[in-house]
Design a protein around this ligand. Structure first.
Ligand code: PEP
Ligand code: MN
Length: 289
């Protein structure tokens, strides 16, 4: 790693690669994130009904996902949009884990909810809108659960790494970063997918980083291409929205894949994931500095 990156991101020194710390591998139930395996997290934007979450969980597990996503507490841009099922949704996620063995990632939006969400989730998601909610970051970190830290939509790489450093400084090194698109002058898509940040993080940080192609573009037709881009850039995994009936989804239907589309995406990713594995064996990501 070039020394200049250390200067540039000096406020996040604990999450930068060092001679002692090259790559963090996070153990979640029976899987490792940040290791050799590419980890797919999949599921609906929001938990809606027991049938919806169970059907999705079984389907994505068969397709190769290892983690089930689904929001029980939803940060919505509109105050009139569906805000999530809360505790009822968490219980449905726990049932899906029991039936499928998938680990659970779900968002925690407020400090008050940290103990409750930590009781049910295997990974606590900090959403884009809360990336700089430092009080929430501190409490979530102190829960001891791995943290999925999504990049703020207006956050620079330095901002993202600083937030990760706060989690790290609160005694929790199990941080998964997530590139989910940022706001730029381009408005054709929901956000601009910043694949370069994935490549950069792989060079400079020991933390795993995953790609969220769903929120990055907002259109299900583009999700597979962005997912492949994420793998090619060096991502350790993927978080993708999948719904049994996307057109009827209570949130983010436009960007949610149907079951058939999820299967097609997973098949199209296979050669990219195989190449990633080969590259890791011969040239570990980020080793070039
Ligand atoms: C989500 O994962 O459904 C979500 C709201 O993501 P973000 O915080 O990246 O917008
Ligand atoms: Mn969503």
């Amino acid at each position: 790693m070039r020394v200049s990156w250390h200067d540039r991101f000096a406020e996040a020194i604990g999450v930068l690669k060092s001679s002692e710390h090259h790559q963090t591998v996070i153990k979640v139930r029976d899987l490792e994130i940040g290791g050799d395996d590419f980890v797919t997290m999949a599921g609906p934007c929001s938990v809606e009904t027991e049938h919806q979450i169970l059907a999705t969980a079984h389907h994505v597990r068969r397709g190769g996902a290892r983690v089930l996503r689904g929001g029980a507490f939803k940060p919505r841009t509109s105050p009139y949009a569906f805000q999530g099922l809360g505790l009822e949704g968490l219980k449905m996620l726990a049932k899906a884990r029991e039936e499928t063995g998938l680990a659970i990632v779900t968002e925690v939006m407020s400090e008050d909810d940290v103990p409750l969400v930590a009781e049910y989730a295997d990974i606590l998601q900090i959403g884009s809108r809360n990336m700089e909610n430092f009080a929430l970051l501190e409490l979530a970190a102190q829960s001891g659960k791995p943290i999925l830290l999504k990049r703020g939509m207006m956050a620079t790489v330095a901002d993202l790494l600083r937030s990760a450093q706060i989690v790290f400084d609160n005694g929790n090194p199990n941080i998964i970063l997530c590139e989910r698109g940022i706001r730029t002058f381009e408005t054709a898509l929901r956000n601009t997918f910043d694949a370069a940040t994935i490549a950069l993080i792989k060079q400079i940080s020991h933390l795993p980083i995953i790609a969220d192609p769903s929120h990055a573009c907002g259109h299900r037709d583009l999700v597979p291409a962005l997912a492949r881009t994420g793998v090619a850039a060096g991502a350790d995994g993927l978080i993708v929205e999948v719904h049994p009936n996307p057109d009827k989804a209570w949130s983010d239907g436009d960007q949610s894949l149907s079951f058939a589309e999820f299967d097609a995406m997973m098949t199209s990713l296979e050669p990219y994931i195989a190449l990633r594995k080969e590259a890791l064996m011969s040239w570990p990501m980020g080793a070039a500095g």
